[in-house]
Design a protein around this ligand. Structure first.
Ligand SMILES: [Zn+2]
Length: 378
């Protein structure tokens, strides 16, 4: 069935690839996906839960309810350098292929459009707004460098730091200079990263540091991503971060405000039983998945989904897996026949995994038996 529908499935991915849209602005991608889902008998709500470029496409009214998650945002300047068009194509493709076989299974399929993975991570809002309340399993894939499935990602806190102080002529000296405070902190953050990488990380940019050399800016602003491999460690990173900033502000007679500017990401917790189903299905397609647990240096909004429902986020290699994501080379590969090959494999493995769950209720029970994460507070 997938082979039969393939031209339409690949066209969907290519359309998104050729019309890259930034997170939160994926109007064309969402509209195109809506059209294809409706054509194949899905009922579509769009926008979904007040998230403008999100949508929910559903077929069936009974349990179990299997979710395929579709990302479709691009990067500034690079376009689809993370290959999210392949994610959208594989998720939509798996769902419409199974819909064509509806008489052979019972349950429901949902394709959930999850915008802005690279920035504000709509999955976080979708989790908070109850989008997963009837979800039995959440499936997606990501193109990458290797064939891994049992992954865990880093927790992420996004904090903006606003130092303020004396506003006037630069000849006055350095006390009360907001930019000096920010630069001192930036230097300390680099040392912190050096000492604790990769378990804990602080990365930042200066977003506002003045206009002209002879005027001390009233404000100096930086944005920082704090990451850690567990929520407990992230809590410590945030505490260390605050302490460093408050000490520097005080030493330098400046004031400081710290505020979150993007949602917090939880670390990905792969559901091992669900991963095993995917692994077995991938094997029937000739792909050996590495089941070893792997820490991904980086964060994903799928982490928040994984704390709520059984979820997987396997990686399948793009081409020979030589290029790292967010690069021009990766983008080129993701739009080539190699990208098509990877997506076709992912579409089949996702469809077969969902079909297993739809046909075997005991598998759904098994994946839910795995203990989900405990609550998370900072
Ligand atoms: Zn990505």
């Amino acid at each position: 069935m997938i082979d039969h529908l393939w031209p339409e499935i690949w066209d969907t991915a290519l359309y998104i690839y050729n019309n890259p849209e930034l997170g939160g602005e994926e109007y064309q991608a969402a509209a195109y996906l809506r059209k294809i889902m409706e054509k194949h008998g899905f009922e579509v709500i769009s926008p979904y839960l007040d998230i403008e470029t999100s949508f929910k496409a559903r077929i069936g009214a009974t349990k179990p309810v299997i979710f395929f998650l579709a990302e479709y945002d691009a990067l500034p300047e690079i376009g689809h350098g993370c290959g999210h068009h392949l994610i959208a194509g594989a998720s939509a493709g798996a769902a419409i292929s199974l819909a064509a076989l509806k008489e052979y299974w019972s349950g429901s399929l949902v394709v959930l459009g999850t915008p802005a993975e690279e920035t504000t991570g709509a999955k976080v809002a979708l989790v908070d707004k109850g989008a997963f309340s009837d979800c039995d399993a959440a499936l997606m894939f990501h193109p990458g460098q290797s064939t891994v499935i049992n992954i865990s990602s880093q927790a992420l806190e996004a904090l903006e730091v606003i130092f303020s102080g004396f506003h006037g002529h630069s000849s006055r000296g350095e006390r009360g200079n907001s930019l000096v405070s920010l630069v001192s902190f930036y230097q300390e953050a680099l040392n912190y990263k050096k000492a604790f990488y990769p378990e804990q990380q602080i990365d930042g940019v200066i977003t506002s540091g003045g206009i002209t050399p002879n005027l001390i800016p009233q404000k100096a602003v930086g944005k920082f991503y704090l990451r850690a491999i567990t929520t407990e460690l992230l809590k410590k990173t945030v505490q260390d971060f605050r302490k460093m900033i408050e000490r520097i502000a005080e030493q330098n007679s400046t004031q400081v405000i710290i505020k979150r500017f993007e949602p917090r990401y939880l670390p990905m917790q792969t559901n091992a039983a669900l991963a095993q189903v995917f692994q077995e299905q991938a094997k029937t397609l000739g792909v050996k998945m590495d089941m070893q647990q792997q820490y991904i240096i980086g964060s994903m909004d799928m982490g928040n989904v994984s704390w709520l429902v059984p979820a997987i986020h396997p990686y399948l290699p793009l081409g020979k897996g030589k290029f790292s994501a967010h690069s021009q080379e990766f983008k080129k590969m993701a739009g080539s026949p190699e990208g098509e090959k990877t997506m076709k494999l992912a579409t089949k493995a996702l469809a077969l995994t969902a079909l297993e769950l739809l046909l075997k209720p005991e598998l759904v029970e098994k994946i839910w038996q795995e203990k989900a994460g405990s609550g998370f507070t900072l």
